[in-house]
Ligand binder design. Structure first.
Ligand code: ADP
Ligand code: MG
Length: 339
């Protein structure tokens, strides 16, 4: 279904209610949203399913730059939530949106923001359920809560990893961290095509929804890579009370990341510590290897085994000779500054 969001001149000021009816009502395409005409939405209970709920808040200046485009902010705020649903093995259903607009907000910005949400809704089969629109003396703040369904008891959890399981990751790792480093002039890439690939990995994350749903009966634990590969794997090992050995040279890289790393080996910190890739990191019994590879092939997503769950604790990263590397870094810590 195509969603058309009306365009307006940028200097026009709308009331809260006009803003909602012009920009957000067109996104409320699911019946449960009641066309945003009521005090709340109604999600009918779906027998045989659990409802998975997840929230991510993004604050200008912390989670995105004030100069980032509305399209980037929309994509990052919705897709980070959809990625959480993917990591739980859920099918995305809908999302709610709380937006706090700063004093200098423009209609042009919010129109582009809503337009991008509309495009993503079509892509990922979700709709806007409801939300709140307020103003703030502080920075632009966006909070999205996404909801999805998973057959009762089938959600993927962080706590199910068992010693001997293989550790897998989808796609490639480190691209988004390199992308934001390029955008903020902390990194250079002479190749324009590679550069725009890396920045797009930061600006438009791809939630691995189909993969997550298909892993329900294959994976023992799962998480999405948002804080950084090692930080997120540590969430799995801590919750599962296990350890993990990861082989540095088995971590899947894009051609662009590989080219930059070949010139500067210190960029491995982007691979191990950089976040925002929104790939799925999961563990699975060794016997499931062939099925996982066939699944990845069918979904046209890369899936790579990068290590093994152990009966130790914490994550060890091993070099090609099998020696543990000192990893003096963790993932992104809030308030430590993102970029
Ligand atoms: P109330 O004052 O009862 O909280 P509002 O006037 O804030 O209701 O909102 C009216 C309707 O518009 C509600 O259905 C609400 O969910 C929806 N709404 C408000 N802001 C947003 C938004 N940013 N995105 C989606 N729906 C919104
Ligand atoms: Mg309100």
């Amino acid at each position: 279904m195509e969603i058309k969001v009306p365009q307006h001149p940028s200097n026009l000021r709308l009331s809260e209610f006009e803003l909602i009816s012009r920009l957000f009502v067109p996104l409320a395409t699911g019946e449960d949203a009641l066309g945003l005409t009521d005090d709340g939405a109604i999600i009918p209970a779906r027998p045989g399913y659990d409802l998975v709920v997840t929230t991510d808040a993004l604050v200008s200046g912390i989670h995105f730059r004030s100069e980032d485009s509305a399209a980037t902010v929309a994509a990052r705020s919705l897709c980070s939530n959809l990625s959480d649903l993917a990591a739980m093995g859920a099918e995305a259903h809908c999302y709610s949106l709380a937006i706090a607009l700063p004093v200098d907000w423009t209609l042009e910005w919010v129109t582009e923001f809503a337009g991008t949400l509309g495009d993503l809704q079509n892509q990922y089969s979700v709709f806007l359920l409801g939300g709140d629109t307020v103003s703030t003396p502080g920075p632009l703040t966006i909070s999205i809560t996404a909801m999805g369904y998973v057959p009762t008891g089938k959600a993927l959890r962080r706590g199910g990893a068992i010693p001997g399981d293989r550790i897998w990751v989808s796609g490639s790792i480190g691209d988004a961290a390199m992308g934001i480093a390029l955008l903020t002039d902390r990194l250079e890439c002479p190749d324009g095509e590679m550069s725009s690939f890396l920045t797009s990995r930061f600006e438009t994350p791809i939630p691995r929804l189909e993969l997550g749903q298909s892993l329900r009966d294959l994976a023992s634990a799962a998480i999405d890579v948002s804080d950084g590969l090692i930080a997120d794997l540590t969430h799995i090992t801590d919750t599962s009370s296990v350890g993990a050995d990861v082989h540095l040279d088995q971590i899947p890289l894009s051609a662009a990341a590989e080219a930059l790393l070949a010139k500067n080996s210190s960029l491995s910190t982007y691979i191990l510590g950089g976040g925002d890739d929104y790939e799925l990191l999961f563990t699975a019994p060794e016997d499931n290897e062939a099925v996982i590879l066939a699944l990845a092939d069918r979904l046209q997503v890369r899936a790579t085994a990068i290590g093994t769950v152990t009966d130790g604790n914490g994550v060890r990263v091993l070099d090609p000779t099998g020696r543990a590397i000192d990893i003096g870094m963790t993932g992104f810590q809030h308030f430590a500054g993102k970029y």
